[in-house]
Write a protein of this length. Sequence first.
Length: 334
Amino acid sequence: MLHFLDNQKIIVKILVPAVLLAVISAASVIYGAVELSQVNAAGQKIRLVNAKRLELALAAESVFNSAAISEKNVILSGEEAAMRKHIGLYDKASEDTLALIERLAPLVHTTEEKALVDTFRAAVQARRVASAHVFELALKGDAKGAFEESSKVAAKHRQDAIKAVDAIIDMERASMDASGMAADRDATVALWVLAAGSALGLAVGFSLFSTVAARGIARPITSMTALMVRLAEGDIQVAVQGAERRDEVGALARSLVIFKEHAAKTQALEAEKAAEQQRKEERQRSVEKAIVVFENSVRAALSPPRPRKLPRTCRRWPRRPRRCRRRSARSAAR
């Protein structure tokens, strides 16, 4: 996988893993930022929807309560003009409440919330029917009957509506709290994932960097240093590898090959010189030996002969016959 770096310069060997490490780090940061952004966006969307439902429910409850106040004012006014004015306010508040309920209905998703919205709507409509009867009695001047009708029938529908909307409000508040906790939990998980991913990415990057540094830089240079030491010690049998590479290690290997060749030539010259010196010494010894032999032979040739002793019989009798004289002559010749 990393063989393509063998023929690259050392700066490239360093830059490639460094760039990869930077890319991994940047990717980890970008991934984490995107994840956190998505988590925040999702949490924000959920909170906005919950907040909108809560806002509509609270607004519907408030407008509905204002309709109840208008109903009481119709009973207490006594004058027809004032009664009709408050009836108009009541109708508007009831219509606004129903409009808010219609805006709230599409935003709820659970079966329980949908049932509560339907209960709220039905109670508001029933209250409106009951209130119309109350207004009819009040316009006829039957304040007592109108009050009883409002306190019994209309009040029951109002209680049902308030109970339903309060349940919706409580559910939305609980949902908002749960959404906040879920968002915090998702953010924590995203942070842990980011930390783990960053640690893993950095580990992979550093591992790649270490592998490239060891394989492409440290190991070849250490090998070349060991070869140089052996060559410096006179070992020319070493095998230099990597001369075919096109990086600094290859240049160093080729230099070692040249150094090895020069060392081999130097050793050959020294060996030849030593052999020549040995031959000279042998010739010198041969000459000196020949001179000694020659001197000895010359000395022997120039030295006077030493007379040999005559036989005992000849010494005793010097006047011996001719045989003794011949022996003496032979001895002298020797």
